[in-house]
Design a protein. Structure first.
Length: 313
C-alpha cells in the first residue's frame, strides 16, 4: 500500500521506523508539526518524525492546519491508500479522513474506550489502573471514538511512571500497527465499535495539577508523582523554594503531624505526613540543580529539610 504517515514526537517516530523497517508498504509522504523553538537558545528544531523522514529520503509536509483547500488538494494528489496518524497534534477534518482509499487509522495509548483524549498514559497511572495498552483504531470525526482494529495490553506496576509505561507502549505499538495494516491490506481486518458507556476522558495535563496537596492521601500523591514523571513533574514548596518530587514510596504508618510535615530526614529519604498515611520521598530536585537522592542533598541542605518543617507552606 501507499501510506501517508502523520506524527510528531519520539513516540510517533518509533512507529514510523517500524513501518519503514518492515518494508512491505511504501511511505510516500510524512506530515509533521512545523519546526518549533527549543532549548535555551530557542533555536528552531525539527520534530523526531521529520528528522527520520529526511534521513530516509521521504518528502515532508508541515502545514499549520489541514483545513485549507490547498492542503486537501496536496493530500489528494498523493493518492494514498491509507493515512497512519500517531501523536500528530493537529485535528483532521472529515474531508482529510475521507481522502485516502482506506481512510485514516490512529495509534492511541490506552485500552479504548478508556482514556480518550490528550493524556491517556498519565491519567491511567494517576487513576491507579492495573493495566493500559495500545489501541489501533479507524479514525472518525469524534475524539478517539472510532472502531477498534486491535488492542495490545500492558500491565501497570506499583512503581511504574508515565515515562516507563510510555517506553513500553512505544515498543508494543510498532508491531501492532504493522499487523493491523497487513490485515487492512489483505481484507481480514475486523473493526469493533467502542462501547461509549465505558468511556473516560484523559484531559490534557495542566501544570497547576503538579503542585502536591499534602492533605490528600499518600496513595493519591504517590500515583500523581509517578503519573507526572517525567513531565510536568510534581513539586512542593519550602521556604519559598520550589522542590521537584521525582520518586517516593508509600506504606508507612499514619502519623498525627500536619500534612506536609517532615517526620524523619535521613539516608532513606524524607518521611512526610499526608492527609492519610505518609510518603517516603527519596529523590528530589532543587531549583537550578540536578535531580538527586535525598541522602545526598541532606549532606549540604539538612537545615532546609529538618524534622518538623512543613512542605507546601
Amino acid at each position: 500500500m501507499k501510506i501517508v504517515f502523520a506524527g510528531t514526537p519520539d513516540f510517533a517516530a518509533t512507529h514510523l521506523r517500524a513501518l519503514l523497517d518492515d518494508g512491505r508498504h511504501q511511505i510516500i509522504a510524512v506530515y509533521t508539526q512545523p519546526d518549533r523553538p527549543a532549548g535555551r537558545g530557542k533555536k528552531l528544531t525539527a520534530s523526531p518524525v521529520k528528522l527520520l523522514a529526511e534521513e530516509r529520503g521521504i518528502e515532508v509536509y508541515q502545514p499549520q492546519t489541514l483545513k485549507q483547500p490547498e492542503q486537501l488538494a496536496i493530500l489528494e494528489q498523493l493518492g494514498a491508500d491509507l493515512m497512519v496518524v500517531v501523536a500528530y497534534g493537529l485535528i483532521l477534518p472529515q474531508t482529510v479522513l475521507d481522502t485516502p482509499r482506506l481512510g485514516c487509522i490512529n495509534v492511541h495509548g490506552s485500552i479504548l474506550p478508556q482514556w480518550r483524549g490528550a493524556a491517556p498514559i498519565q491519567r491511567a497511572v494517576e487513576a491507579g489502573d492495573a493495566e493500559t495498552g495500545v489501541t489501533i483504531m479507524q479514525m472518525d470525526a469524534g475524539l478517539d471514538t472510532g472502531p477498534m482494529l486491535s488492542i495490545t495490553r500492558c500491565p501497570i506496576g506499583k512503581t511504574d511512571t508515565s515515562g516507563s509505561i510510555y517506553s513500553r507502549l512505544e515498543q508494543l505499538g510498532g508491531p501492532a500497527l504493522v499487523q493491523a495494516i497487513d490485515k487492512l491490506n489483505n481484507g481480514s481486518a475486523v473493526a469493533l465499535a467502542q462501547d461509549n458507556s465505558l468511556s473516560s476522558y484523559a484531559a490534557k495535563i495542566d501544570k497547576a495539577e503538579a503542585e502536591i496537596n499534602w492533605a490528600e492521601s499518600a496513595n493519591v500523591i504517590d500515583r500523581r508523582i509517578r503519573a507526572f514523571n517525567p513531565l510536568p513533574c510534581t513539586y512542593s514548596k519550602i521556604d519559598g523554594q520550589r522542590v521537584k518530587i521525582w520518586a517516593a514510596f508509600t506504606g508507612h504508618a499514619a502519623q498525627s503531624q500536619l500534612p506536609g510535615e517532615i517526620i524523619r530526614a535521613d539516608a532513606e529519604g524524607l518521611l512526610i505526613s499526608c492527609g492519610q498515611g505518609c510518603l517516603l520521598v527519596h529523590e528530589i530536585q532543587l531549583a537550578g540543580k540536578s535531580r538527586m537522592a535525598v541522602s545526598e542533598i541532606l549532606k549540604s541542605r539538612a537545615d532546609l529539610f529538618a524534622v518538623g518543617r512543613q512542605l507546601g507552606q
